[in-house]
Ligand binder design. Sequence first.
Ligand SMILES: Nc1nc2c(ncn2[C@@H]2O[C@H](COP(=O)(O)OP(=O)(O)OP(=O)(O)O)[C@@H](O)[C@H]2O)c(=O)[nH]1
Ligand SMILES: [Mg+2]
Length: 287
Amino acid sequence: MNENGANINWYPGHMAKTKKQIIDDLKLIDIVIEVLDSRCPISTQNKDLEQALKAKKIIYAFNKSDLADEEETAKWIEYYKKQGNSCIKIQANESKGLKDLINTILNLYDNSKDLAQGKTLANIKVMIIGIPNVGKSTLINSLSNSNKAGVQNKPGFTKQKQWIKIANGINLLDEPGMLWPKLENEYVKRNLAYINAIPENVIDNEEIAYYLLDFLCKNYKSNLEERYNIEIENLNTLQVKNLIATNRGCILRGGVIDEVKVANTIINDFRNGKLGKITLEKVEDIG
Ligand SMILES: Nc1nc2c(ncn2[C@@H]2O[C@H](COP(=O)(O)OP(=O)(O)OP(=O)(O)O)[C@@H](O)[C@H]2O)c(=O)[nH]1
Ligand SMILES: [Mg+2]
């Protein structure tokens, strides 16, 4: 077990600064794109900035849609839309859904101010926000057709604000707003650990892999059977884990199971989509 346990309170100093910076930057912004992970949109949506975002138009971009259960993503989009939100399914690393995203920006933008000033071309200022690893930099790069946004976050590296021009008078702030995920409860914390949104050093891989496997046994049994070439009917989660270890050669000398290796195998297979398209949160389970 992770000695930090469930009550981990973890909000590094630089994040408070980053939040302040985002709130400051928001003054310049017309439209915010909050990137969510389609596999767990609720867990990846940040509640920290709710107040600052109230006056902004927000588009929820359901990213990594290639890794999520398509039926569930459709239900999530419908659910978000019913609540009056703008949302679009995308796959940033393959530039999928970006046309829809741009059209949504154009539809949401109120150009009356530009017209009043006699401007014919819109000047739409957009900022991308989201928790770690949801694909903010990838989205900036795809929208701007470049590699301007680093794939890693570099805190404390203050530079001049730059705007990246994309089509149709849309300008993207070059720096995505990295939001800190709220570990509201064990359930959210686990989902965020599965999708690699919280640092490895604050999670216990063996524990996380066990919970993930338990979820998969209950919800995506055939995905496991197919990937690991096993039959799991009537087996409990522990037995399934041991079977996977045996089939994948996660065995130490003396026939002891290599717990670290089997845990990493399960987690990495999930993260890389090798277990198929999986959604962790269901619309039916909320509210
Ligand atoms: N399968 C899949 N992978 C994606 C997609 N979008 C981004 N990725 C991958 O997700 C990982 C994280 O992407 P980044 O763009 O660095 O994420 P970020 O939100 O900028 O992360 P931080 O800078 O750490 O906050 C990278 O390995 C990307 O290649 C997607 O739509 N599908
Ligand atoms: Mg980034």
